[in-house]
Design a protein around this ligand. Structure first.
Ligand code: AMP
Length: 128
Protein backbone atom coordinates (compact mmCIF):
# COMPACT_ATOMS: atom_id res chain seq x y z
CA UNK A 1 0.00 0.00 0.00
CA UNK A 2 1.27 3.49 -0.85
CA UNK A 3 2.25 5.66 2.10
CA UNK A 4 -0.07 8.46 3.19
CA UNK A 5 0.47 11.96 1.90
CA UNK A 6 1.19 14.59 4.50
CA UNK A 7 -2.30 15.98 3.91
CA UNK A 8 -3.88 12.58 4.62
CA UNK A 9 -1.99 12.56 7.90
CA UNK A 10 -3.41 16.00 8.72
CA UNK A 11 -6.94 14.89 7.82
CA UNK A 12 -6.52 11.77 9.98
CA UNK A 13 -5.17 13.91 12.86
CA UNK A 14 -1.91 12.01 12.87
CA UNK A 15 -0.17 15.38 12.55
CA UNK A 16 -1.35 18.71 13.98
CA UNK A 17 -2.80 21.45 11.84
CA UNK A 18 -4.72 24.67 12.31
CA UNK A 19 -8.13 23.63 11.01
CA UNK A 20 -10.54 26.23 9.63
CA UNK A 21 -13.16 23.96 8.06
CA UNK A 22 -14.14 20.31 8.09
CA UNK A 23 -17.11 18.38 6.75
CA UNK A 24 -17.63 14.84 5.43
CA UNK A 25 -15.71 15.48 2.21
CA UNK A 26 -13.46 18.50 2.69
CA UNK A 27 -10.75 19.63 5.13
CA UNK A 28 -9.17 23.10 5.28
CA UNK A 29 -6.27 24.39 7.35
CA UNK A 30 -3.76 27.23 7.49
CA UNK A 31 -0.65 26.74 5.33
CA UNK A 32 2.45 26.22 7.46
CA UNK A 33 4.48 28.57 5.24
CA UNK A 34 2.06 31.36 4.44
CA UNK A 35 2.55 33.51 1.37
CA UNK A 36 -0.07 36.09 2.36
CA UNK A 37 -1.74 37.18 5.62
CA UNK A 38 -4.40 34.56 4.87
CA UNK A 39 -3.15 31.34 3.26
CA UNK A 40 -5.44 28.36 3.66
CA UNK A 41 -5.24 24.96 1.98
CA UNK A 42 -8.48 23.20 1.06
CA UNK A 43 -8.21 19.48 0.39
CA UNK A 44 -10.62 16.68 -0.45
CA UNK A 45 -10.63 13.85 2.09
CA UNK A 46 -10.68 11.48 -0.88
CA UNK A 47 -7.15 11.34 -2.20
CA UNK A 48 -6.92 12.68 -5.74
CA UNK A 49 -3.23 13.28 -6.45
CA UNK A 50 -3.76 16.33 -8.63
CA UNK A 51 -6.41 18.01 -10.78
CA UNK A 52 -5.04 16.19 -13.85
CA UNK A 53 -6.19 12.95 -12.24
CA UNK A 54 -9.68 14.04 -11.28
CA UNK A 55 -12.53 12.34 -13.14
CA UNK A 56 -16.14 13.05 -14.02
CA UNK A 57 -17.08 11.17 -10.84
CA UNK A 58 -15.27 13.88 -8.86
CA UNK A 59 -17.36 16.73 -10.32
CA UNK A 60 -19.44 17.23 -7.16
CA UNK A 61 -16.39 17.09 -4.92
CA UNK A 62 -14.54 19.63 -7.09
CA UNK A 63 -17.48 21.98 -6.73
CA UNK A 64 -17.49 21.43 -2.97
CA UNK A 65 -13.82 22.45 -2.83
CA UNK A 66 -14.56 25.75 -4.57
CA UNK A 67 -17.60 26.45 -2.40
CA UNK A 68 -15.53 25.70 0.71
CA UNK A 69 -12.97 28.25 -0.48
CA UNK A 70 -15.80 30.75 -0.82
CA UNK A 71 -17.07 30.00 2.71
CA UNK A 72 -13.63 30.14 4.31
CA UNK A 73 -12.87 33.41 2.52
CA UNK A 74 -16.05 34.87 3.98
CA UNK A 75 -15.29 33.41 7.42
CA UNK A 76 -11.79 34.96 7.40
CA UNK A 77 -12.98 38.39 6.26
CA UNK A 78 -11.75 38.35 2.67
CA UNK A 79 -15.09 38.84 0.94
CA UNK A 80 -14.80 42.61 0.50
CA UNK A 81 -11.09 42.92 -0.27
CA UNK A 82 -10.83 39.89 -2.54
CA UNK A 83 -8.74 36.77 -2.73
CA UNK A 84 -7.11 34.28 -5.07
CA UNK A 85 -7.66 30.54 -5.43
CA UNK A 86 -4.73 28.58 -6.89
CA UNK A 87 -4.20 24.94 -7.88
CA UNK A 88 -0.63 23.89 -8.65
CA UNK A 89 -0.48 20.86 -10.95
CA UNK A 90 2.71 18.93 -11.64
CA UNK A 91 6.33 20.04 -11.70
CA UNK A 92 5.98 23.19 -13.81
CA UNK A 93 2.86 24.11 -11.84
CA UNK A 94 4.86 24.12 -8.61
CA UNK A 95 3.09 21.17 -7.00
CA UNK A 96 5.02 19.74 -4.05
CA UNK A 97 2.37 17.63 -2.28
CA UNK A 98 0.64 14.97 -4.45
CA UNK A 99 -2.78 15.40 -2.86
CA UNK A 100 -5.10 17.82 -4.64
CA UNK A 101 -5.40 21.12 -2.79
CA UNK A 102 -6.64 24.63 -3.39
CA UNK A 103 -4.60 27.53 -2.05
CA UNK A 104 -6.79 30.37 -0.78
CA UNK A 105 -4.71 33.54 -0.55
CA UNK A 106 -5.71 36.99 0.61
CA UNK A 107 -5.20 39.85 3.01
CA UNK A 108 -2.85 41.78 0.71
CA UNK A 109 -2.84 42.78 -2.97
CA UNK A 110 -1.54 39.88 -5.07
CA UNK A 111 0.38 40.62 -8.26
CA UNK A 112 -0.54 39.23 -11.65
CA UNK A 113 1.09 37.55 -13.46
CA UNK A 114 2.78 35.69 -10.56
CA UNK A 115 6.24 36.32 -12.09
CA UNK A 116 7.04 39.49 -14.05
CA UNK A 117 9.68 38.57 -16.58
CA UNK A 118 10.01 39.09 -20.32
CA UNK A 119 10.95 35.42 -20.72
CA UNK A 120 7.60 34.20 -19.38
CA UNK A 121 6.12 33.47 -22.78
CA UNK A 122 9.36 32.11 -24.24
CA UNK A 123 9.71 29.45 -21.56
CA UNK A 124 13.31 30.54 -20.90
CA UNK A 125 12.69 31.17 -17.22
CA UNK A 126 12.65 27.41 -16.54
CA UNK A 127 15.83 26.64 -18.48
CA UNK A 128 18.17 29.31 -17.11
P1 AMP B 1 1.98 22.94 -3.43
O1 AMP B 1 3.36 23.49 -3.60
O2 AMP B 1 0.94 23.58 -4.27
O3 AMP B 1 1.97 21.42 -3.53
O4 AMP B 1 1.55 23.31 -1.95
C1 AMP B 1 1.89 22.57 -0.83
C2 AMP B 1 1.70 23.48 0.35
O5 AMP B 1 1.60 22.67 1.52
C3 AMP B 1 2.82 24.48 0.60
O6 AMP B 1 2.31 25.80 0.53
C4 AMP B 1 3.33 24.13 1.99
O7 AMP B 1 3.71 25.24 2.74
C5 AMP B 1 2.11 23.42 2.58
N1 AMP B 1 2.39 22.48 3.66
C6 AMP B 1 3.26 21.45 3.65
N2 AMP B 1 3.22 20.78 4.82
C7 AMP B 1 2.28 21.40 5.58
C8 AMP B 1 1.76 21.18 6.90
N3 AMP B 1 2.20 20.19 7.67
N4 AMP B 1 0.79 22.01 7.37
C9 AMP B 1 0.34 23.02 6.59
N5 AMP B 1 0.78 23.27 5.34
C10 AMP B 1 1.74 22.48 4.84
Amino acid sequence: MESKTIFQKLVDRELPSSVVWEDDSVFAFHDISKQAPVHVLIVPKKVIPRIAQASEQDALLLGQLLLTAQKVARQLGLEETGYRIVINNGADGGETVPHLHLHLLGGRPLSWPPVKNSSITSGLETSQ
